[in-house]
Write a protein that binds this ligand. Structure first.
Ligand code: ADP
Ligand code: MG
Length: 613
């Protein structure tokens, strides 16, 4: 008796989109099913290394496709690991495939019905429903004591599973084609599809009994013989991709390790579509044999946007992550590849800056992550970082090296400011003092920048310094405009310290300010304003947490500013009003620093001040 099961809700949603959207290239289902067959054979090869008893052990590791244009069916059979009943239910009825998950996330992010978006993701096995009325999956696991089964579905809400006698090991998928997809039941059509990429499949592929692929590893061939289209087809096959690669690097090395590798950078960063973190996708091979399709410790974390293959003759076939020696070898391999890739990016930045900038727009976030976390490649990564600055036009960026080349002889530090946008930074009180001294300031407005700058700490021997920090010492500077006298300044400062009390650690007159009356400087080395904002935001959503430590700031006064001069007088003539002005000045400065936590008191005070006008 066939048992009927409902698909998981996400799968129903996925199927609905797959079946109803106009996938421009329906034929990709062939690639998806053949690649699943190839994965299953790959898994069997690994299983054979460790298991003694394997069902139907004499079968060749191959993939057979059969077309039947009378019956309008296409059959794809592999002699791989197969699936047990539970595996059929689990693998084909619930969402396991990371590409499908990323796809659904992207759709949820608001891109529903966006055909472009759909074209960017693989939906794996479910792509069969683009062309088939019904899909039957006959499977027998490599485990001898499990019976064979057939899984059947028409791609609407449910599927059935039932025992099936007489199955060979592996999986046989029979597609009963939709009326408008009948040509996928013809040999010519399937042959032309397979010819494009079956060369990348590392097992024999037969169509109606004829062997059609010569297994050749693209990465072992010489670059000069490979056409661009071949790289693109390989990328699409290997990375399950639907776009054209944005960049590719094909290289080989003999020392310190024998390596042949092709790395690809895709068009877009899929992490920005949703919450799914990319999995490592540079596969590890040894002499054309796949060792690990998603090796965790080959490339550094930040390299997870890369696709491609790395093949090294120097790896043992049964390499394991557990033994120290093997781990060291993988680490060494990863280091060589990463170094080579970073050199490639540096060359791109120099020779094709426009392309590099486009790449950076999309993937710069990974380089920043690397610069902050990857000690080994930190210097090379830092050279690739780009920021807007007080010397660039809006939307244009500079490198740290270019910044350094523009530094005057006396300048020791590289200055930066963190803020929500270029405009917000330029309107704030911090840039003016540096601009007045002809010092360039980097503008950082990505969420990670605070973290990156704090971890990077220095570049080319120059300290990275936040221009809103109290530690920042600027040179004496001739400033225009008449200031309060020294005595007046001292009296005002003394009075302000009393009036503002614990709100400020220090009050001082400063020649850093030009147009603003006052600014607060962050005096907490560990708690930057940005970090404070993030922690405050987190606390709001969360339950009662520990209180944030009190804000530690210095207040800088501009002794030439009209408001400050006026305040120096008012404190002696109208203490109440002066008190209100002092607090308002402080709150305005806190607001500019992004540190004002509760603006309600400020609003009340404004009314009181307005009453006095
Ligand atoms: P992915 O291949 O990315 O995991 P798919 O949607 O293509 O996602 O396939 C889902 C799962 O179904 C696979 O992970 C695998 O476990 C199982 N599967 C699909 N085809 C086969 C097959 N021919 N042999 C064995 N298992 C398969
Ligand atoms: Mg697949």
């Amino acid at each position: 008796m066939p048992e009927t099961h409902e698909f998981q809700a996400e799968i129903k949603q996925l199927l609905d989109i797959v079946v109803h959207s106009l996938y421009t290239e329906k034929e990709i289902f062939v690639r998806e099913l053949v690649s699943n067959a190839s994965d299953a054979l790959e898994k069997l090869r690994h299983t054979q290394l460790t298991e003694k008893e394997i069902f139907d052990d004499k079968l060749d590791l191959e993939i057979n496709l059969t077309t039947d244009d009378k019956a309008k069916t296409l059959t794809i059979q592999d002699f791989g690991v197969g699936m047990t009943r539970d595996e059929l239910v689990q693998n084909l009825g619930t969402i396991a495939h990371s590409g499908s998950k990323a796809f659904l996330n992207a759709i949820k992010e608001g891109g529903a019905k966006n055909d472009n978006l759909i074209g960017q993701f693989g939906v794996g096995f479910y792509s069969a429903f683009m062309v088939a009325k019904t899909v039957k999956v006959y499977s027998h696991s490599w485990k001898a004591d499990e019976p064979g089964h057939v899984w059947t579905s028409d791609g609407s809400g449910s599927y059935t599973v039932e025992e099936a006698e007489g199955q060979r090991r592996g999986t046989k998928i029979v597609l009963e084609l939709k009326d408008d997809c009948e040509d996928f039941a013809t040999e010519t059509r399937i042959k032309s599809i397979l010819e494009r990429y079956s060369a990348f499949v590392s097992f024999p592929v037969n169509l109606n009994g004829t062997h059609i692929n010569t297994v050749s590893a693209l990465w072992l061939r010489s670059k000069s013989e490979i056409k661009d289209e071949e790289y693109t087809e390989f990328y699409k096959f290997q990375a399950h991709a639907f776009d054209e690669p944005r960049m590719k690097l094909h290289f080989s090395a003999d020392a310190p390790l024998a390596i042949n590798s092709i790395l690809f950078v895709p068009q877009s960063n899929t992490e920005k579509f949703g919450m799914t973190r990319a999995e490592p996708a540079v596969s590890l091979y040894c002499r054309k044999v796949l060792i690990d399709p998603s090796p965790k410790d080959l490339l550094p974390e930040w390299g997870r946007f890369l696709k491609g293959v790395v093949d090294s003759e120097d790896l043992p076939l049964n390499i394991s992550r557990e033994t120290m020696q093997d781990r060291a070898l993988i680490e060494k391999l990863g280091k060589v590849i990463t170094t080579r890739f970073l050199k490639f990016l540096a060359d791109e930045a120099k020779n094709r800056p426009d392309d590099f900038d486009k790449f950076y727009d999309e993937f710069g976030i990974f380089l920043k992550e690397g610069a902050a976390t990857d000690f080994t490649h930190k210097d090379a990564l830092a050279k690739l970082l780009r920021f807007e600055s007080s010397r660039t036009d809006k939307g244009k960026t500079t490198s740290l090296a270019d910044y350094v080349s523009r530094m005057g002889e006396e300048q020791k530090d590289i200055y930066f400011l963190i803020g929500p946008s270029r405009d917000a930074i330029e309107r704030g009180p911090y840039v003016e003092g540096l601009k007045a001294r002809s010092l360039e300031v980097l503008y950082c407005f990505e969420t990670v920048d605070d973290y990156v700058m704090r971890n990077l700490r220095e570049f080319d021997g120059k300290t990275l310094t936040a221009a809103d920090s109290a530690d920042l010492k600027l040179d004496e500077h001739e400033v225009e405009g008449e200031a309060l006298s020294k005595d007046q300044q001292d009296a005002l400062i003394k009075w302000l310290k009393e009036t503002l009390g614990e709100k400020v650690e220090e009050v001082k007159a400063s020649d850093r300010l030009v147009d603003s009356p006052a600014a607060v400087l962050n005096a907490d080395q560990f708690m930057t304003p940005h970090m404070r904002r993030m922690m405050a935001a987190m606390k709001k959503d969360g339950e009662e947490g520990a209180e944030l430590p009190p804000v530690k700031v210095h207040l800088d006064l501009n002794p030439r500013h009209a408001i400050v001069k006026k305040l120096a007088e008012t404190k002696d003539t109208d203490a109440t009003k002066a008190g209100l002005i002092a607090e308002q000045l402080y709150d305005n400065a806190m607001l500019a620093a992004g540190l004002l936590e509760d603006p309600s008191a400020m609003v009340q005070r404004m009314y009181k001040l307005l009453e006095q006008v």
